[in-house]
Design a protein around this ligand. Structure first.
Ligand SMILES: NC(=O)c1ccc[n+]([C@@H]2O[C@H](COP(=O)([O-])OP(=O)(O)OC[C@H]3O[C@@H](n4cnc5c(N)ncnc54)[C@H](OP(=O)(O)O)[C@@H]3O)[C@@H](O)[C@H]2O)c1
Length: 338
């Protein structure tokens, strides 16, 4: 048998552990994890996944590391490093964490929401293939090592090639999609650079409208916002702003099969699960929100090309200040206790 394909998951939370557990089912694939707060639980007991699609199962990663330095010391040559941390460039440059781990032919796969997540990795590792992935999934790590997959497994992956084609990146991209399919993720699909960037913008139409609006309306569910006449009007206009600006930036129209703003809202109205966007969950937990990749970067990318997105800009300005004020108040309270 040929030597195994070595995959390292960096950021083994809901998304990373779920896809790691699927990749581990593909033949001759070893999947290891760099954990953080869940290190002790995962190194003792592995992960337990519950899923309406795949049932309940346990998954023991090939190796579990408490940090990237320990992963480096293992001297494994990683074929794929999957980054599935929350994308928080205003908090940390996670690409730095991969120094020493990326070798010849290591491909870096980013499974993260938002826009511009690839740039830091492409700059730091100019000769590595950067594979950009967008997933439509609902999953959560309810306790350390306990992954609850609620629904959906759509994942599109495209090589990040802003300066032109690379057959190596394209091959690694196709292979990664194949590994996911072999792991039972039938909705995994390999896309081109341009199509994947359109998928990023399209997903942004949902995330950049729903997420901030839920926080600014004090925790509304997706369905409640889509059913409220004024909020629904605001969501529709925000989605349209994104869906009409993106093709001008990328130079390609959205493929016909991509849902319109009307369709996105109609399906949200039918979603009676009571789900709220992740940004609200982060806000409520006092955590940093993915504001820069979901709001700040799209505005800046559009502006560089001469386009303004005033609805998005308003949401960004308000939420950024709300987050700053919340964190200042929390700091003040913590200092008062000392
Ligand atoms: N969950 C979903 O349903 C869903 C759906 C679509 C897209 N996404 C996107 O997928 C990405 C990941 O989201 P998620 O929900 O999986 O987040 P998550 O459950 O919070 O997982 C992120 C993981 O990364 C770990 N991490 C962060 N920095 C690290 C570091 N320096 N070293 C080691 N581990 C580190 C976190 O550890 P700690 O626990 O110690 O912080 C956590 O385990 C985000 O961009 C999100 O927007 C999520």
């Amino acid at each position: 048998m040929s030597s195994p394909i070595e995959v390292l998951i960096f950021g083994a939370g809901a998304v990373g552990a779920f896809y790691g557990s699927r990749l581990a089912q593909a033949p001759n694939v070893h999947v290891s994890c760099v954990c953080r707060s869940n290190y002790s639980a995962v190194s003792s007991n592995g992960f337990h996944v519950t899923s309406p699609q795949y049932g309940d199962y346990s998954w023991t990663p090939t190796r579990v590391f408490p940090n990237p330095k320990e992963a480096e010391k293992s001297n494994v040559r990683w074929d794929y490093i999957v980054v599935s941390t929350k994308a928080l460039p205003d908090v940390s440059d996670d690409s730095k964490q991969l120094e020493g781990l990326v070798k010849d032919k290591t491909a870096i796969v980013l499974i993260q929401n938002g826009l511009g997540v690839e740039e830091g990795y492409a700059k730091r590792f100019p000769s590595a293939a950067i594979l950009s992935a967008v997933t439509v999934i609902s999953a959560a790590q309810e306790q350390h090592g306990e992954i609850k997959h609620n629904r959906w497994t759509r994942i599109n992956i495209g090589p990040y090639l802003p300066s032109g084609p690379s057959s190596q990146a394209e091959q690694q991209n196709a292979k990664f999609a194949e590994l996911l399919q072999q792991g039972g993720v039938k909705d995994a699909e390999a896309y081109t650079h341009a199509k994947l960037q359109l998928v990023r913008w399209h997903k942004l139409a949902i995330n950049a409208s729903m997420n901030p609006s839920s926080v600014l309306s004090n925790g509304s569910t997706n369905a409640a916002m889509a059913l409220d006449p004024e909020l629904s009007h605001h969501l529709h206009a925000t989605m349209l702003e994104i869906l009409t600006t993106a093709p001008k930036i990328i130079g390609q129209d959205f493929p016909r099969e991509f849902a319109s703003a009307d369709k996105l809202l109609a399906s949200t109205r039918k979603n009676t699960s009571g789900s709220r966007p992740s940004m609200w969950l982060d806000w409520e937990a006092g955590k940093k929100m993915e504001l820069e990749v979901i709001l700040g970067n799209p505005i800046r990318i559009a502006r560089e090309k001469g386009f303004e997105m005033p609805r998005l800009q308003t949401l960004y300005a308000l939420l950024k200040m709300a987050q700053t004020n919340r964190d200042k108040q929390a700091d003040g309270k913590a200092k008062a206790k000392l």
